[in-house]
Design a protein around this ligand. Structure first.
Ligand SMILES: Cc1ncc(COP(=O)(O)O)c(C=O)c1O
Length: 482
């Protein structure tokens, strides 16, 4: 098999060409029919590529199962894994498949995506957290330091360690060292590489996790590499774990995955195998140009390289002009028709990918320059600094899974001290939970959450009227836990 082939894409497009009269699902029968507006926007072609996966016809050379197995093997070879899976429920689904089979403690950075937490709800294992640390100047969450992970591994003897590689902001751990540590301690190393699928294609980017000894990684191909939203890949180098992953997939995945999604993954893999280095190389160059141009603007600061290892993630701030990242995001959208990926109190994150052009980058730089100049004209007052430290990890009396499925009630945040949380309470961005199900509200957490609410920092898990979810009767443990 050659990387220049796309067996699944070819099988699906061949089926469409043959023009079979379909007495099978889906109900649209491979054409838009009465759905005129769908036809106008999506065209006939999209429907013809959307049969169900029940069709198998070797004579017509459309055995989808075999074609998919070959396509996934080509992906494994390209990304340097023994086995790969194409995913139709994003990296979220892949993390669920990867972690559901765990039974023992799993070390996860507190700054993990919610998909890692929900995976631990599915698992019989226990999440043990590596506390979040922040860079004091930029307030971006830092990945766990090797020394801290080493200490936790010695104390907890985890079955697996999950690392986010990179974080949303482009920060990375010393994964080579963590790979060695995991190997020598007999711990499985899994990487949430949702934002790192492109690492393979440029020497200027951090090393992909598999090359640092990770046993498995999940990548949002849709985020950095150009496939359709919702499509990701899981790559695994531990064959016995892979068989568990496949069983978890059987339990969790739809029996009708979109064949268009799978075919697009296959074709994107083929194109990347052929010209991924060129395409990603160009994106990296554009990213560097964008960073350089933004840094040269007066009052605009760009996250330095020692914090951001990925030049395609453009993190910048106009705090010298008194603007929060949230305000900059809104102004860019309303006044300049530019939508960035996210913003927080200080920072804005704009993503550059192989879909960008010099023109799109220039639009951003011009808009930020114009905004900075307009704002400076009005007078300059820097943004006040944060005044509160992020609270310590609260005590946990129930596992995440136990806490998640208990009966819950809404209670006022001010009255939550001593109550066991029934939900997540997360200032977002950057998305580090203050508390998760099964943990006990401390005074420090309540005060911090009230402070966040007071400065209008969006808080996932804070309901209308500043209520939070707590376990009814504290899960039968006692009224309050201190
Ligand atoms: C670090 C991280 N992991 C996992 C995910 C989930 O990825 P997906 O949207 O592909 O399910 C995201 C999504 O934003 C993410 O940022």
């Amino acid at each position: 098999m050659s990387q220049r082939e796309a067996p699944f894409w070819d099988a699906l497009t061949a089926y469409a060409r043959v023009g079979v009269v379909p007495f099978h699902t889906p109900g649209h029968k491979l054409k838009p029919g009465a759905f005129a507006r769908l036809k106008a926007v999506l065209g006939e072609g999209f429907f013809s590529l959307d049969p169900s996966d029940e069709i198998e016809d070797l004579e017509l050379n459309h055995d989808f199962e075999q074609a998919l197995a070959r396509a996934e093997q080509l992906a494994a070879e390209l990304f340097g894994a023994s086995r790969s899976l194409f995913l139709v429920n994003g990296t979220t689904g892949g993390l669920h498949f990867l972690l559901m089979p765990t039974k023992g403690p799993v070390l996860i950075p507190r700054f993990s995506h919610q998909a890692v937490y929900s995976a631990m709800v599915l698992s019989q294992g226990r999440a043990v957290y590596l506390p979040a640390a922040y860079d004091p100047t930029w307030l971006v969450p830092l990945p766990p330091a090797v020394g801290n992970v080493e200490k936790a591994v010695q104390e907890v003897h985890p079955e697996a360690l999950v690392i986010t590689h990179p974080t949303y902001y482009g920060t990375v751990s010393d994964l080579d060292e963590l790979g060695k540590l995991a190997k020598s301690s007999g711990v499985l190393l899994f990487a949430d590489e949702a934002h790192g699928g492109h690492f393979l294609f440029s020497q200027e980017l951090p090393k992909p996790a598999l090359q640092c000894g990770a046993d498995a990684v999940v990548q949002s191909t849709h985020k950095t590499l150009g496939s359709f939203t919702q499509t990701s890949m899981l790559h695994c180098n531990d064959i016995s774990w892979f068989s568990k992953v496949v069983q978890a997939r059987q339990a969790l995945q739809t029996t009708s995955p979109s064949l268009v999604f799978l075919a697009v993954l296959d074709e994107v893999r083929r194109e990347l195998a052929v010209q991924g280095r060129k395409l990603v190389g160009e994106a990296v160059e554009l990213g560097r140009l964008c960073q350089k141009s933004l840094s040269s603007l007066k009052y605009v600061e760009v996250l330095p390289d020692h914090l951001n290892a990925d030049p395609t993630k453009i993190v910048f701030s106009l705090r010298q002009l008194g603007l929060t990242g949230l305000e900059v995001e809104r102004i860019l959208r309303v006044d300049y028709n530019i939508q960035v990926e996210l913003s927080d109190y200080y920072n804005v994150l704009a993503l550059i990918s192989l879909g960008d052009t010099l023109e799109s980058v220039e639009r951003l730089v011009q808009a930020v320059g114009d905004l900075a100049a307009r704002r400076a004209h009005l007078g300059r007052r820097p943004l006040p600094c944060y005044t509160m430290d992020f609270p310590e990890l609260p005590p946990a009396v129930l596992s995440l899974r136990e806490g998640f499925f208990q009966d819950k009630e809404l209670i006022p945040l001010e009255q939550a001290v001593g109550r066991i949380s029934g939900g997540f309470l997360t200032p977002y961005p950057p998305g580090v939970p203050l508390i998760v199900p099964g943990e006990v509200f401390t005074q420090e957490i309540v005060e911090y959450a009230l402070w966040c609410a007071g400065i209008d920092w969006s808080m996932r898990g804070l309901m209308a009227g500043q209520n939070v979810l707590a376990l009814k009767d504290n899960g039968g443990l006692c009224r309050t836990v201190r």
